[in-house]
Design a protein around this ligand. Structure first.
Ligand code: ATP
Ligand code: MG
Length: 392
């Protein structure tokens, strides 16, 4: 039997987790669990053998499986394989089938690469390559062998079965989500913060999120947009737990008691206090923001120092050294950009002063912040906050 018509096997190549030495087993288990979650199909099976992952799926959901693989952090690449028993003629038949698919796609030159983890197989790797190359040329004379720079490589792996594949797709890379603890993302409706969450998820971090909204000054549409962003982000991060927190009273207090040029920095400090309280309660180990150095007035290094002074947990800012163009490229690639640019202003725009402080002093910031006496209002806001599970 040269193929299993009723099912597909995907071969997955783990990425960086191959570097993780003693932790490797844990990383593999998380990757396996994440893949099963994304697939949402009991009909699929994931197996790990010799550092390779095999995903077996019924043929009718192979499109769904490819979509899940495309969203999975932790794999360097993957390929849809043909499987065969270890009869040489069946292996060669599968190679010819694979080559036919390549030729139909316009490929004209190829080479064969073979790996043999089953050393009892009668041919060595070189022997398999020669036999497969000959079989393909005999059936498809228009295809030529080019060992130096072929247009395609047909891979043959002899394990407990034979796996034959050629079209390898690039994986998302990074580390499996859930191997680096959880972080709390300050998620606004802008372009930057969803990208920040995505990048941290790519380092293995689980993502919770908080959105501070200011009804009636900010609209239901602005809130819906943030929920949409959390949904999209959650497709890569194994879901996002979004906490929606009303900050109207806090904003009003800042407007009443804070000097006008300081309002944005003071609001950021209040957000830090709120986020930190949520994070500690939920077990998030850090805060994540979409700040990028000097992108706006509140993101000068001096003002970041003011904001930071309210946070006891580490604040991760994965975009800090990126320019807007680079951030937009990622937002477009992950599908958040279109929603982010919808024109519903968030609280920061509505309350932003015409001449904000550019280089705040953290000591002054702390004393202005203390004078607000905002903590009870923040606690009340958190008590009334709403939790929404988004994504996958
Ligand atoms: P973004 O595009 O992510 O909104 P931005 O360039 O608009 O960022 P700011 O508005 O200064 O920058 O916000 C800086 C960071 O503060 C955001 O990236 C986000 O992490 C956080 N933040 C801003 N507004 C909110 C909000 N309403 N709720 C939660 N977090 C927020
Ligand atoms: Mg913003």
């Amino acid at each position: 039997m040269a193929d299993m018509p009723e099912s597909f096997t995907f071969l997955l190549k783990p990425g960086e987790l191959t570097l993780k030495g003693g932790n490797r087993g844990d990383f593999e288990q998380v990757l396996k669990r994440n893949l099963s979650t994304l697939l949402q199909s009991a009909a699929c099976r994931v197996r790990i053998r010799d550092g390779r992952f095999f995903l077996h799926c019924p043929r009718e959901i192979s499109g769904q499986a490819e979509d899940a693989l495309d969203r999975l952090f932790g794999i360097a690449g993957w390929a849809k394989t043909r499987t065969s028993d270890k009869e040489l003629r069946n292996i060669l038949k599968a190679c010819v089938e694979e080559a036919k698919t390549l030729a139909e796609g316009g490929i004209r030159s190829f080479k064969v690469e073979a790996r043999r983890s089953d050393k009892s197989f009668p041919l060595n790797s070189y022997g398999i390559c020669c036999a497969a190359g000959d079989a393909v040329r005999e059936e498809l004379p228009a295809l030529t062998v080019n060992v130096r720079s072929p247009e395609a490589v047909i891979s043959v792996e002899i394990r407990e079965k034979a796996y034959i594949y050629s079209l390898e797709k690039k994986g998302r890379g990074g580390l499996p989500v859930g191997t680096a603890g959880r972080g709390l993302l300050l998620l606004s409706g802008g372009i930057d913060s969803p990208v920040a969450g995505y990048l941290m998820a790519g380092r293995g971090m689980g993502i919770d999120a908080v959105y501070f909204h200011t009804p009636p000054y900010t609209s239901q549409e602005a809130l819906d947009k943030v929920v949409t962003l959390a949904e999209i982000l959650g497709r890569y991060t194994m879901g996002v737990k979004l906490r929606i927190t009303g900050f109207t009273e806090v904003q009003k207090r800042i407007k009443e008691r804070g000097p006008l040029p300081w309002t944005t920095v003071l609001l950021r400090m209040a957000m830090m206090e709120g986020a930190e309280k949520i994070a500690r309660k939920q077990g998030d180990k850090c805060l994540i923001t979409g700040e990028s150095l000097s992108q706006v007035a509140s993101q000068t290094v001096e003002n970041i120092a003011c904001t930071q002074s309210r946070a006891g947990l580490p604040v991760l800012r994965p975009l800090i050294g990126m320019d807007k163009e680079g951030i937009i490229k990622i937002a477009q690639a992950i599908g958040t950009y279109e929603s982010s640019i919808l024109p519903y202003p968030d609280c920061c725009i509505l309350f932003s002063p015409p001449h904000p402080v550019l280089r705040g002093n953290p000591m002054e910031a702390r004393s202005l912040y203390a004078a607000l006496d905002a903590s009870p209002l923040i606690d009340q806001a958190l008590g009334r906050s709403e939790l929404k599970k988004c994504g996958i």
